[in-house]
Design a protein around this ligand. Structure first.
Ligand SMILES: C[S@@+](CC[C@H](N)C(=O)[O-])C[C@H]1O[C@@H](n2cnc3c(N)ncnc32)[C@H](O)[C@@H]1O
Length: 216
């Protein structure tokens, strides 16, 4: 009985993690609305965008935008620039498109259904890149980050954000996640790393870094 109970709990957790990784169908749609409405999710996305010091003419990219909260925030800052986003979930692309429909129509926001390991062409170099609670799902993240670095202009910025959502997550979980993100960025050739923390429960870590101009 105990074993049956444990395996059911494990199956539910595995299903929810799968939905966070790739939101699909009705459950994915509801999850997206929960991502969008949960105050801590909104706060961490808006805070992360504020740390990137986005200028009006900037060209910015978000990977794994989910319901599109940070995309909307970018649009309010890069008022003469372009906001690109990719997410491999069709459900999330539709939800983010609804949330950002005016900017999409004005061709200021460009949302593509794509995985981070099959990046579309974004044209000219980018000024800033953001990923919030997404890197943990990426295949071969160091290689992905090297590719992303290649899309940034010299001294372009990247922000990787983690708010651990596993059961029982604490400040220590956030500290470990931040350390892992720093290791990935360093191995991918980024420099000028700095960590900022937003005091939520659990805390949110944002690791900021710059595109070094050296060789890969
Ligand atoms: C936990 S949600 C976070 C959504 C949003 N960034 C937020 O903070 O509200 C993770 C998002 O990353 C996306 N994602 C996961 N793996 C991806 C990949 N390999 N390529 C593109 N998007 C990915 C998922 O579809 C999902 O929308």
């Amino acid at each position: 009985m105990q074993e049956a109970g444990t395996s059911l709990k494990q199956r539910v957790i595995r299903y929810l993690v799968g939905q966070a990784h790739h939101p699909r169908g009705i459950v994915g749609w509801v999850n997206g609305w929960m991502f969008a409405l949960r105050p801590s999710n909104r706060q961490r996305n808006i805070w992360a965008v504020s740390l990137l010091n986005v200028q009006p003419t900037d060209r910015v990219l978000e990977i794994g935008f989910g319901p599109g909260i940070a995309i909307a925030e970018f649009t309010g800052r890069a008022t003469q620039g372009h906001v690109f986003g990719i997410d491999h979930s069709q459900t999330m692309v539709r939800q983010a498109a609804r949330r950002n429909s005016a900017a999409l129509r004005a061709l200021r926001v460009h949302l593509t259904q794509a995985s981070v390991d099959r990046l579309p062409n974004f044209g000219d170099p980018l000024d800033a890149i953001l990923a919030v609670n997404s890197v943990a799902f990426w295949p071969d993240p160091v290689e992905r980050l090297r590719e992303l670095r290649g899309l940034l202009r010299p001294a372009g910025r990247i922000a990787l954000v983690s708010q651990p959502r596993c059961p029982g997550a604490t400040r220590d979980t956030t500290v470990r996640a931040a350390q892992e993100l720093q290791d990935l960025l360093t191995r991918a050739g980024f420099t000028h790393l700095r960590v900022e923390t937003l005091e939520l429960d659990p805390p949110v870590a944002c690791v900021l870094a710059e595109n070094s101009t050296g060789t890969p």
